[in-house]
Design a protein around this ligand. Sequence first.
Ligand code: COA
Length: 377
Amino acid sequence: MVEDSKGLAGVAVADTALCYIDGQAGRLFYRGYDIHPLAKQGSFAESLYLLWYGELPTETELTIFEGLLARERRLPDDLLAAFRTFDADATPMSVLRTSLSLLGQIDPDEGDNSPEANLRKAGRLVATVPVAVAAWHRVRQGEEPLPPDPEIGLAEDFLRMLSGESPSDTAAAALDTSLLLYLEHGFNASTFACRVVASTLADMHAAVTAGVAALSGPLHGGANEQAMRMLEQIVTPDAVDEYLEGELAAGRKIMGFGHRVYRTEDPRATHLREMARRLGESSGDSTWYELSRTVEEGMKARKGLNCNVDFYCATVYRHLGIPIDLFTPLFAMGRTGGWAAHVMEQHRDNRLIRPRANYTGQVDRPYVRIDRRDQAT
Ligand SMILES: CC(C)(COP(=O)(O)OP(=O)(O)OC[C@H]1O[C@@H](n2cnc3c(N)ncnc32)[C@H](O)[C@@H]1OP(=O)(O)O)[C@@H](O)C(=O)NCCC(=O)NCCS
C-alpha cells in the first residue's frame, strides 16, 4: 500500500521559487513580493518580468521587455487559416487549446528546451494568446480579425482587437490587473499539468497546451464563466436564498466559492471585489455587484465558504463587455505567463514526475482462453 492523499491535497511534489501561498493567513507572494502592492501599483508586464527573471525590472528594463513582447504580438497565417475551418460554435477554450498545439507545431524553436529557446517561446506565447482569443471571437462572428497595435499595452490592445473600439483607461487597467492576479498560483491543477508534461522533457508548447486543457474544467478556470451564468440565473438579490438553498440541498457546488489552499479570504478576490464595486459605480449600474455581495454573504452564512478569484472576476469581465465564454480564455491569457515560468523552472532542474496510485482491483486472476469463456446470454 502506498501512502495516499486524494487529489494530492497537502502533498508537495516539487520545489518552486515562483510563488508562495499562505492559505491560513490568506497571503500570496510572487517571488517574495506580496500580491497587494503588486496589484495596486504594479502591472501585468512587470509581474511577468519578475516571474521570468527573478527581480522587479527597472523602468528601462520594463520598457525593453514590453517592446519585445509587443513585437511578438501577431496572428500567424496558419492559425488564421485553421480558424476559418472551425465551426462558429466551437468553444473559445477548445479553440485556444488547438491554437496552442498548432503554435507549437510552427514555432521555430519547437523541441528546443534550452533556457534561451524557452524564453523566446514564452514571449511568443504570452504575446500571441490575446491576439488568438480576440481573432477567434471576430472570426466566429463572420468578421475580420484586427491586426495588433504594438504601440499600446497588451490589455488595451486585446480589448481593442476584440471590439474594434479603443477601451477607456479604466477598462484597460482593470483587465491588466485581472491578468496580473491570474498570472501565477503555485501548483494549481493546470500548472501541475504543465509541469508533469514538461518533466517528460516535452517542450513548452506541449506543456502549456496541457495547461489550457486542465484550466477549462468548471472546478478550475471554468468557474468564472459558471459564476456569471449563475448570477444571470438568479437575477435579483431577493432570489439568492432560494437559489442557494436549492443548489446546496441538491449537493451541487456554487461556482466561485471554496478553495483547496485558502482557509480565509483569497487575497486576489479582495482586489476583484473592489474592482467590481468601482466598475459598477462608475457605470451607474451596480446590479451585478449587489447581487454578487448577496451571494457572497449567503455562502458565508450557510457554508462558511469564501469566494475565490473567479467569483468577482465574472462581474469585472461583465463590466468590460467581455462575452461570457471568453472569461476562461482570459484566465488563460494571464496564466500562460505563469505556466511558462513553471516549464522553465522544471526544465532547469528536471526529474520525471511520476507518482503512484493505490491499486484497488483484484490480482492473480486465472486467464481463460476466449473460446473457453462462458458466452454472455
Ligand atoms: C475549489 C474546489 C474544487 C476545492 O475543492 P476541494 O479542496 O477538493 O474541496 P472539496 O470539494 O472536497 O470541498 C470540501 C467541502 O466544502 C464543500 N464545498 C467546497 N466548495 C464548495 C462550493 N463551491 N459550493 C458548495 N460547497 C462547497 C464541499 O461540498 C465539501 O463539503 P463536505 O465536506 O460537507 O463534503 C471546490 O471548492 C469547488 O469545487 N469550488 C467550486 C469551483 C470553483 O470555484 N473553482 C475555482 C477554484 S479557484
